[in-house]
Design a protein around this ligand. Structure first.
Ligand code: TYD
Length: 133
């Protein structure tokens, strides 16, 4: 599905280390309005568990690893986030669960919208009803 895909960013590496640049509407297909990051989650924790009516996201494990299970009604898919220069782009109206966090996991999230709790769908039956499945 085109609305859910891994995107590889250019690594500007030299003997000093790596530097990855992410610009809105260039490296990600939206203007970046919000940045947050998730760390310190235990391995058995499941986060997310929601869909967003408006927000698109880019998820990047800038340290450590995690998994993202996405559900868009007819199909589920699991993505491994394990590289600081590869992220998962998620279109709006996609259900996502993040889990299996390594101890050193820092999951960086770029979002296309400012925070609005009302655009979050946290009930899966409501989500399925809204997308018509
Ligand atoms: P939550 O949506 O439960 O996180 P996750 O999707 O990773 O499981 O958010 C945790 C708390 O942080 C909750 O009280 C709402 C708050 N929050 C904001 O204030 N702004 C934000 O942009 C986000 C993502 C969360």
């Amino acid at each position: 599905m085109d609305g859910i895909r891994m995107i590889e960013f250019q690594q500007n590496g030299d003997e000093r280390g790596h530097l990855v640049v992410i610009e809105g509407m260039k490296d990600v297909p939206f203007d970046i309005k919000r940045v947050f990051y998730i760390y310190g989650s235990q391995n058995d924790v499941v986060r997310g568990s929601h869909a967003n009516r408006r927000s698109e996201f880019m998820l990047i494990n800038v340290s450590g690893t995690s998994k993202v299970k996405i559900d868009y009604g007819k199909k589920t898919e699991v993505f491994n986030l394990d590289k600081a220069h590869i992220g998962l782009y998620i279109l709006k109206m996609v259900w996502k669960d993040m889990y299996d966090f390594s101890r050193d996991s820092v999951l960086l999230v770029l979002a296309s919208e400012s925070y609005d709790p009302n655009e979050y769908i946290r009930n899966k039956d409501v989500y399925y009803a809204e997308i018509g499945v």
